[in-house]
Ligand binder design. Structure first.
Ligand SMILES: [Fe+2]
Ligand SMILES: [Fe+2]
Length: 284
């Protein structure tokens, strides 16, 4: 087995799947869960409560209504369907310490913006079964997580790679493959599937987010949605904090999802909203 993947299995300091998210997932599956039960769970994290209130009062959710001040009201306004998305987005970034290798804020702004945008894109094709908006969102959120994992388990070598990335002709993936034999897409996918129990449709989409047409057929639509959103965000300067100068859309990607030029323009208009929403999720 590849050395880095072996290390991934034996490394004890990787964050465990957050208990709060596990409990939230469980509650979301239970039809008897009430707003009060969700509020009691989420209230245990003060920073999260602040973010949820801010998001519930944002232009996207308030729709001109009066301000909400309590967590119960914020959850009521977001609705149970949005709750998972907003909690995952707001909570996850705080579970990974700032590693000093990658700019923490830039990294999470990129990951969240890609997730939000990819979900919006999926909602345009909600008739496509393989493009479940929730799965697309989670995939977007995790697509570059391998960068953080590298920075944890191969700190010294990875710091050197990131430090030199801007001056190299090779892409980040190519530099990673040269040094470790695996890329951030590979290691990120292994991490979320093996350590966090994320399903393989999402895992494979993460693994192939740079070459989505090679993804297994079930994961291909998710991988393509992430690829398109990733390129949009990079081109708008919302990069992952490492080095992505300019990102192209792979030929045939829009067509594969049955999206038209008009759809692309709608998505393009959504980029700024996605970034603004992501900033609310990571703000302290
Ligand atoms: Fe990536
Ligand atoms: Fe990315």
């Amino acid at each position: 087995m590849n050395n880095v993947l072996e290390k991934l299995d034996s490394y004890s300091e990787l964050p465990a799947y957050p208990v709060l998210l596990a409990k939230l997932d469980q509650m979301l599956r239970d039809p008897n869960s009430s707003i009060k039960m969700f509020a009691d769970l989420l209230r245990t994290d003060a920073a999260l409560v602040g973010r949820l209130l801010r998001i519930a009062n944002s232009v996207w959710f308030s729709a001109g209504r009066s301000e909400v001040f309590s967590l119960n009201d914020a959850i009521g306004r977001l609705g149970i369907v949005q709750l998972r998305r907003v909690v995952y987005g707001s909570y996850l970034s705080s579970q990974f310490a700032n590693n000093g290798v990658v700019n923490h804020t830039e990294f999470w702004r990129h990951s969240l913006s890609v997730a939000i945008l990819a979900q919006r894109l999926a909602l345009l094709r909600h008739d496509l079964k393989a493009l479940n908006p929730d799965q697309v969102y989670i995939g977007g959120l995790f697509h570059d997580i391998g960068i953080i994992i590298f920075a944890i388990i191969e700190l010294k070598k990875y710091r050197a790679i990131v430090g030199n990335a801007a001056t190299q002709d090779l892409s980040l993936d190519e530099l990673e493959l040269k040094e470790f034999g695996v890329s951030h897409a590979d290691i990120g996918a292994e991490f979320i599937m093996r350590h966090w129990g994320v399903n393989s449709d999402i895992g494979m989409a993460v693994k192939y987010h740079h070459n989505p047409f090679e993804a297994p057929i079930e994961s291909r639509p998710i991988a393509i949605a992430i690829h398109l959103s990733n390129s949009f965000c990079n081109n708008e300067g919302i990069s992952n904090g490492v080095s992505i100068p300019h990102s192209i859309f792979l030929e045939g990607a829009w067509e594969y999802l049955g999206l038209t030029l008009e759809d692309a323009l709608v998505i393009y208009e959504d980029v700024k909203d996605s970034v603004a929403e992501s900033e609310l999720m990571i703000a302290n």
